[in-house]
Design a binder for this molecule. Structure first.
Ligand SMILES: [Fe+2]
Length: 296
């Protein structure tokens, strides 16, 4: 569904967004709330500055993929975990995933709301049949504390010049995707954050806004650090822990090193057979199990 060819084309030119005149510097205290989103953003200025941040999105009730990514990240000793939404939907173990997430938030992790999380309370109006079937099944699997936890998650969080949001920054509640340079420009123009981190697309990508207001884009390689040059502003699309769609079935997450200004994407193999077996055992559509093996 997500056109890989649209990502990886460098040199896409976009008009100058007004918000780019005063570029923030990495590590500055730069907590600010974007206009028009009063009440939606949770600030975190009181949190201790994190140096190494594990970034994960779109876990989608995939216990095996989540477990593998947590173990991989823990070995790199992150100072904090940030989760970009879509903890449920599609996969076969939403209860364990949400309980694990709740415990991590209790210990200081940041968690954003995704559209599948919102659908637990708000309904499945805009979802296809298999996604809606998974949400309806998921709703019955979750206890009241888990449902309330998902309902209370913030749409955006900003800290130290970074904006975290599931979809994109210009209208987080609309759940729009960042699939190309124009999408990235729209989001980057809505914030002065030096780095925006999003999920939702399930395909990893990095976009940079240059000093001459051009948006460049590329697909990151797993295990290779991307230098986030301080003269640019950046938008990173994380890819998905639990349902990758870039034809690589390995789980995807990223580690941000604030001190080095580097972002490294990781691809983590996991027990896909076990994850697919849970989906089948739950009676969810077979397509949701089959797509995990193909990474699409
Ligand atoms: Fe998702």
């Amino acid at each position: 569904m997500w056109a890989i060819a649209r990502v990886g084309v460098d040199g896409n030119v976009a008009p100058a967004p007004a918000a780019c005149d005063d570029l923030p510097t990495w590590g500055d205290e730069h907590n600010r709330q974007s206009p028009g989103r009063a009440g939606a953003t949770r600030r975190s200025a009181a949190r201790e500055a994190a140096i190494r941040i594990a970034l994960m999105s779109d876990i989608h009730a995939n216990r095996e993929a989540f477990t593998a990514c947590l173990a991989h990240a823990q070995a790199l000793a992150p100072d904090r975990f940030v989760f970009l939404g879509d903890y449920v939907g599609y996969g076969g173990d939403p209860g364990w995933v949400v309980e694990t997430l709740m415990a991590m938030v209790e210990r200081g992790a940041i968690a954003l709301r995704g559209n599948h999380d919102a659908a637990i309370a708000d309904g499945t109006n805009h979802m296809n049949d298999s996604a809606a079937a998974a949400i309806d099944w998921t709703r019955a699997q979750l206890g009241a504390p888990a449902r309330e936890f998902l309902a209370r998650l913030p749409m955006t969080v900003e800290e130290d010049g970074r904006l975290y949001v599931h979809g994109e920054g210009s209208a987080p509640e609309r759940w729009r995707y960042v699939e190309d340079a124009a999408d990235a420009w729209r989001s980057l123009g809505a914030t002065q954050a030096a780095v925006t981190v999003v999920g939702h697309v399930h395909v990893p990508a990095v976009y940079g806004l240059t000093a001459t207001n051009k948006v460049t884009s590329f697909r990151p390689t797993g295990g290779v650090a991307v230098p986030l040059l301080r003269q640019r502003r950046w938008l990173a699309v994380l890819g998905s822990v639990g349902q990758p769609r870039d034809r690589d079935p390995a789980a995807s997450y990223a580690m941000l090193d604030v001190a080095r200004a580097e972002l490294t994407f990781h691809r983590v193999p996991y027990d896909i057979e076990a994850a697919a077996a849970r989906i089948r055992a739950a009676g969810l559509p077979e397509s949701l199990a089959a797509r995990l093996f193909a990474g699409r």
